[in-house]
Design a protein around this ligand. Sequence first.
Ligand SMILES: Nc1nc2c(c(=O)[nH]1)N[C@H]1C(S)=C(S)[C@@H](COP(=O)(O)OP(=O)(O)OC[C@H]3O[C@@H](n4cnc5c(=O)[nH]c(N)nc54)[C@H](O)[C@@H]3O)O[C@H]1N2
Ligand SMILES: Nc1nc2c(c(=O)[nH]1)N[C@H]1C(S)=C(S)[C@@H](COP(=O)(O)OP(=O)(O)OC[C@H]3O[C@@H](n4cnc5c(=O)[nH]c(N)nc54)[C@H](O)[C@@H]3O)O[C@H]1N2
Ligand code: SF4
Ligand SMILES: [Mo]
Length: 700
Amino acid sequence: MNLTPGVVNAVCPHDCPDTCALRVTVEHGKAVKVYGDPDHPPTNGALCTKVSRYTERTYHAGRLTQPMRRVGKKGEGRFEPISWDAAFELAAQKLKPIAERCPEAILPYSYAGTMGIVQGESIAARFFHVLGASVLERTICATAGATGLKYTYGASVGMHLEHFVDSKLILIWGSNPVVSSVHFWMRAQEARRRGAKLVAIDPYRSLTAEKCDEHIALQPGTDAALALGMMHVLIRDGLIDDDYIARYTEGFAALRARAADYDPQRVADICGIEADVVVRLARDYGTIRPASIRLNYGMQRARGGGNAVRAIACLPSLTGAWRHPAGGLLLSSSGFAPVNAAAITRPDLLPGSPGRLPRSINMSAIGDALCHPGDPAFGPKIEALIVYNSNPVAVAPESAKVAQGFAREDLFTIVLEHFQTDTADYADLLLPATTQLEHFDVHKAYGHTYLMVNQPAIEPLGQARPNTAIFRGLARAMGLATPALYETDEQIARQAFNWRHPSLAHADYDTLIRDGWVKLALPDAPFAEGGFPTPSGKCEFYSARLEREGLDPLPDYLPPYESKASDPALAGRYPLTFISPPARHFLNSSFVNVESLRRPIGEPRIEIHPDDAAARCIVDGARVRVFNDRGEVELIARVTDGARTGVVVGLSIWWKKLSADGRNTNQLTSQALTDLGGGATFYDCLVDIAPLDRMASQAA
Ligand SMILES: Nc1nc2c(c(=O)[nH]1)N[C@H]1C(S)=C(S)[C@@H](COP(=O)(O)OP(=O)(O)OC[C@H]3O[C@@H](n4cnc5c(=O)[nH]c(N)nc54)[C@H](O)[C@@H]3O)O[C@H]1N2
Ligand SMILES: Nc1nc2c(c(=O)[nH]1)N[C@H]1C(S)=C(S)[C@@H](COP(=O)(O)OP(=O)(O)OC[C@H]3O[C@@H](n4cnc5c(=O)[nH]c(N)nc54)[C@H](O)[C@@H]3O)O[C@H]1N2
Ligand code: SF4
Ligand SMILES: [Mo]
């Protein structure tokens, strides 16, 4: 890499499929500019708005720069500074007796604040394994879809980003790439310039949907029905690839029988669209070549999310779209990267390993886990919680219960953070972590197939330390002797990838460090001749593994938990479906505290269709109360036909303490889990809305 002096190669750490290569200009020890690396093909010199403001986040006045101990009440956010030594001593004093008496009473809580392999789950995972702490099931985002893919393709694998430019039809399905994957969107626009048709399948006229050639605004959580309806028409009209099906798929006869139940009119009734639309979409998909699907996780956040991904994933194998590099489907490409997960996280360090696994806790139901320790099936009460790379008090569903759990006086909570987030307010011990500009890491991606290196650009701010250093310090203070706890970041990075894997035959760790990235060597059309990483080597329409687990071996449509079909009484009381997808200039709850990104939005809003607004005497700009049995939140109404009737949209995820009422949309969302993968169901949520003034006058 031929870099000018003062320019450092870095990687965007955020939970975004694009995993951009960054360049950081450093002057006198200070990072003055962060820009997209022009030499890294997926990044192509461009960043999203939020990360081009990275220096504003890094040097923000709110950065935590010293360890702190709680002095106020839980949740109040009042702290006093202490030294690192005192912080580790306090942590050990609290954690050691719990670890000796009942290690499963200790729980990590972490997600993808950084996607780095080293600063993610390396020393941290080893630390919890050595203790024998409860295991966290990391389900809050992608497990429904990932499990759907696993049972269909065998892993999270699919098309390559770079080939979408040659597609002639792109279905952008449950995905808003203008917001959440701008580097894919650039490719989709290029495809369009070359004559492709773009179709958005999304209940909301998102920034992406409004720029597509066609927008199919289905009812949330009904995607599996639409996919089965497309199959019905494709099979009925002979638009399938019999040769591909015969050679490279499993269970076609059974799938044909299932799809026979989903005629276009039935599908139209379920999805709230016209039958013609189902037929036209299927005919386009069956006749325009090459045809691709860009799926994203937005469509799997309802009860049937896993089945919906399975149903959609069957489509390119029915039409043989995989034969062309610009045909097929991409949800996530993370399964291509040969990561040595066991070497990084070391499950062999578990006491009693192999064979015995500690109790596991699903992160998407952390509210119940913290609040209902009395249930015997649940096992020991959680007594200590260590949070890193996540902001659960803002992002986890049914937030009132999450906050109630975090407020427990008998819970000892450590939070590793950049900022004093809503979660940090509940910490007993708040420890300052370094940002990506201050530490070393290696990365894989889930929207392209490069491995990458992040070099530190600047010294840590104040006394901030990398997550790895903080976990080493905790381990030392607790007197843990296991050598794996004390490996350096570099030693961990060296073990991160399996360099003997055929996709890495052309490179090694030293070339990765020298060049800044390595592209995996993979076929352009990965499944042109089958070769799916399933047990059968075929695309499994029918899954014998699901059948053995007592589950439906075929994909099917499961109505949302909170819908007229599943619970008419609830739908009578709360007639509006509420979805809370990502806001453009936030990254989950990250960046909400960056003023230049929050100020243009002002206050959190809810978008409502004019008919739904009129029925409730709601005018544009009115302050409204959005509520259900789990809670309520105050938002500003935006009356717009961008949301289909019956659906309301509140772009997320706000910091509670930066909102007028100290709450956010997760007051409303539920802890129910998806059909496959135990995933969160953020968009399976019924509410009603009332103008605040009318509520006030009714109360008077
Ligand atoms: N700017 C920005 N980028 C982000 C994030 C962010 O917060 N902000 N978050 C990152 C993360 S963690 C993730 S997981 C990814 C992906 O995050 P996703 O949750 O996939 O988000 P989007 O790509 O915005 O796509 C979601 C789209 O799905 C639509 N949708 C909601 N329910 C349904 C449904 O039932 N069916 C269909 N067909 N569509 C539905 C929404 O209206 C929205 O337009 O984005 C990442 N990128
Ligand atoms: N209502 C609603 N809720 C949602 C969603 C939704 O669409 N709607 N989306 C869900 C999805 S897809 C996801 S992925 C989750 C995301 O939830 P989280 O993974 O919790 O994501 P963030 O809110 O970005 O919080 C990450 C935190 O990690 C911190 N962090 C970053 N890097 C580091 C580091 O190196 N060390 C330490 N110690 N901390 C660091 C950041 O400062 C930030 O506060 O939210 C989910 N919640
Ligand atoms: S958030 Fe996504 S688009 Fe923005 S810089 Fe990071 S990887 Fe690139
Ligand atoms: Mo996510």
